[in-house]
Design a protein around this ligand. Structure first.
Ligand code: PLP
Length: 422
């Protein structure tokens, strides 16, 4: 019997795959030195691990440019700050949406408040999807960028990033994507979707630890540095070096966090291989067909192809849990689930309110009486709750199962909700 039943993976994924814990520990012990600084063997090995991680992440997100443009940040909010503040200049106009997390909203609000930039916040439909044509309609002559929440951390709705990317390309705008809720659970191809800057935390769907985020900057986008400091290269230069990653990475990188992401990438690769083997066994492929598939995978970068299989498998697993939760919630007339169109593109987060009970009350009861970890409140996305008219009852209760949610977790959740809602 577990001590806790964790349904808060949209806040951070937990637990992590075993190899992530193991490699963080072993690499920190064997090579926990400053990478890219001192030039001794241990430091060079650490630097090599960091560079390999940049390479794996580039392939994971369909980025074929220089892996040094995969920049490590502190978390998702840090990556978004660096993206928006590094892009926007006085007099620019930025389009974003009312689905955004405060990680985007507050950066945009400060730019507006300080008179630096004009901001348009496009509304979503009541279903939780933003119509790409509404984004296009908001474009002005001085528009610089579109900043898009890929999946809402409240509603779980996934936006049509490729359609928005096509609009950005047509109008010569930079598309900045906040992939906090999709990285690792929805395949993202930066080239296909014309994403100019991809920002994400390492601690959610990528299965890394807290303390590390990722920013990938397309070759045709220039981000100005917004923080300055030591880089281990070009020390005589009075200004921040021009070259990536040093242009954006000041100070010592979070080595243990990067080691965690490194091991997690290898875990995705191994999971993808298992999925492929299972598919081949299920479909009873001949040896000849196996060879062709292997060759195809080789030509497309094994890492990208296998990780995509793993991502699809993870997404399917998580959405099975959401379907079960949703079926239960829909039985109770006192329950309102936020957003609609559950069969459309989604990730595994579901938020709901219950008549006569505040979200906090429900969250507290789940925690105290059933040891179920869920998140009550506004989820750092106040405009989503304004539009859903859930501010007055203190927001909603969000349940977000993950890949490691098991039958015991689900049984306990279903029992608890059945008792509380009856
Ligand atoms: C949609 C979205 N964007 C950005 C963030 C910020 O990520 P971090 O907490 O790593 O800064 C989150 C975190 O919950 C999020 O859900």
């Amino acid at each position: 019997m577990k001590d806790n039943f964790y349904f808060d993976n949209a806040a951070t994924s937990w637990p992590k795959p075993e190899p992530v814990y193991a490699f963080m520990d072993s690499f920190f012990r064997s090579n926990g030195v400053n990478p890219g600084r001192s030039g001794h063997m241990l430091s060079l090995e650490a630097e090599q691990m960091v560079f390999q991680t940049r390479k794996m992440l580039a392939r994971f997100f369909g980025f074929s440019g220089d892996p040094n443009r995969v920049v490590f940040t502190l978390n998702g909010a840090d990556a978004i700050n660096m993206a928006i503040a590094g892009l926007v200049k006085p007099g620019d106009h930025v389009i974003t949406t009312r689905l955004e997390h405060n990680a985007v909203l507050r950066v945009a609000n400060h730019l507006e408040h300080d008179g630096v930039a004009q901001i348009s916040r496009v509304s979503a439909e009541p279903s939780g999807y933003v119509l790409p044509e509404n984004i296009e309609a908001a474009i002005q002559p001085n528009t610089k960028a579109i900043v898009l929440n890929h999946a809402s951390n409240v509603l779980g709705t996934v936006q049509d990033v490729e359609a928005v990317g096509a609009i950005a390309k047509k109008h010569g705008l930079v598309l900045v994507v906040d992939a906090a809720q999709t990285a690792g659970v929805v395949p993202i191809d930066m080239a296909l979707a014309n994403i100019g800057v991809l920002a994400l935390p390492g601690h959610k769907g990528l299965f890394g630890p807290m303390g590390v985020g990722v920013l990938i900057v397309a070759e045709d986008v220039t981000l100005s540095p917004t923080r300055f400091g030591g880089t281990g290269v070009d020390s005589e230069s009075p200004l921040q070096p021009e070259i990536y990653p040093h242009r954006l990475e000041s100070g010592t990188v979070p080595l243990p966090g990067i080691a965690g992401l490194h091991a997690a990438q290898k875990w995705f690769l191994a999971l993808g291989k298992q999925c492929l083997e299972k598919q081949l066994a299920d479909q009873d492929h001949t040896a000849e067909q196996r060879l062709t598939l292997a060759e195809l995978n080789e030509s497309q970068s094994e890492h990208a192809v296998m990780c995509k299989l793993a991502i699809e498998h993870i997404h399917t697993t998580e959405m099975q849990h959401i379907a079960e939760i949703e079926t239960l919630l829909k039985r109770y007339p006192s329950v309102t689930v936020l957003g609609a169109a559950r069969n459309d593109a989604r990730v595994a987060a579901i938020s709901f309110i219950v008549d006569g009970m505040s979200a906090q009350q429900l969250g507290d009861m789940l925690d105290a009486d059933y040891h179920i970890c869920a998140r009550a409140g506004l989820h750092c996305a106040p405009l989503v709750h304004q539009d859903a008219v859930t501010i007055e009852q203190g927001g909603a209760l969000r349940l977000s199962p993950g890949y490691f949610t098991d039958e015991e977790d689900m049984r306990n959740l279903i029992n608890a909700l059945t008792e509380l809602l009856a």
